[in-house]
Design a protein around this ligand. Structure first.
Ligand SMILES: Nc1ncnc2c1ncn2[C@@H]1O[C@H](COP(=O)(O)OP(=O)(O)O)[C@@H](O)[C@H]1O
Ligand SMILES: [Mg+2]
Length: 141
């Protein structure tokens, strides 16, 4: 609701989000379309609670998410939001299966269940790969 966000670089202020009002309903698929630099990523960052708006509110199921403290915001992102980034934000120390397991492990779901869910996600996302079980390093047991 009325989300505003500006950036200041070298003394120049760029008003990127100027009063965004947007409702997204359960089950809805929404694409944000616009030329490079219009503010799509900024809007997604604010909607995903990665960046605070300068003004306005982001509500999830009627709750103002930016009233949460950092700890609550972190668990909100962990349990409620899924991100697919344009650039890779994978942890290089871990393999694909471990990266996919990360949100579940952080949440504290047991390792075997998290591993099986991650395998299912990878198999669904990359069906031609033969699934993660092809490689011995990516196996739940
Ligand atoms: N962290 C930042 N600091 C300063 N300016 C930024 C920052 N992030 C984005 N901008 C500026 O905000 C505008 C919108 O950027 P962005 O949201 O990345 O657009 P899009 O994703 O639509 O290409 C651009 O002018 C960009 O240079
Ligand atoms: Mg972008």
């Amino acid at each position: 609701m009325d989300v505003q966000k500006s950036f200041v670089t070298n003394g120049n202020r760029v008003d990127v989000l100027r009063g965004i009002d947007l409702d997204i309903f359960e089950g809805e698929m929404v694409a944000i379309v616009g030329a490079s630099g219009v503010g799509k990523t900024t809007l997604l960052h604010v909607m995903g609670t990665l960046e605070r708006p300068d003004d306005g509110e982001v509500l999830y199921r009627g709750e103002r998410v930016f009233t949460y403290d950092e700890q609550m915001l972190a668990s909100f992102r962990n349990q409620t939001i899924g991100f697919v980034f344009q650039a890779h934000h994978l942890l290089p120390e871990f393999n694909a299966l471990e990266n996919t397991m990360m949100p579940g492990l952080i949440k504290g779901v047991n390792r075997k269940e998290t591993c099986e869910r991650a395998e299912a996600i990878l198999t669904r996302s990359y069906p031609d790969s033969g699934g993660p079980r092809q490689s011995p390093e990516t196996s739940c047991w």
